[in-house]
Design a protein around this ligand. Structure first.
Ligand code: SF4
Length: 67
């Protein structure tokens, strides 16, 4: 089980790479504070492949083994 989060949503450019690249469909578009943002809505499906971490140009995605 992994913890998946966006560390600084205000830096997100909403390019959607994380949504497209995740093979498990963890990232989904959601309205957050009136703004459409990728959210790790199904984080329990994460396999820790780190594709979302690598594709994010702002390095604001963190994936860690859940404690
Ligand atoms: S680490 Fe892999 S499986 Fe987990 S959310 Fe990112 S792209 Fe999806």
């Amino acid at each position: 089980m992994y913890s998946v989060r966006m560390t600084n949503p205000s830096l997100c450019d909403r390019l959607g790479g994380c949504v497209e690249v995740c093979p498990e469909g963890v990232w989904q578009w959601m309205k957050v504070g009136g703004r459409k943002l990728p959210v790790p809505a199904s984080y329990e499906k994460c396999t820790g492949c780190l594709k979302c971490v690598r594709i994010c140009p702002h390095h604001i995605i963190e994936v860690e083994p859940k404690k």
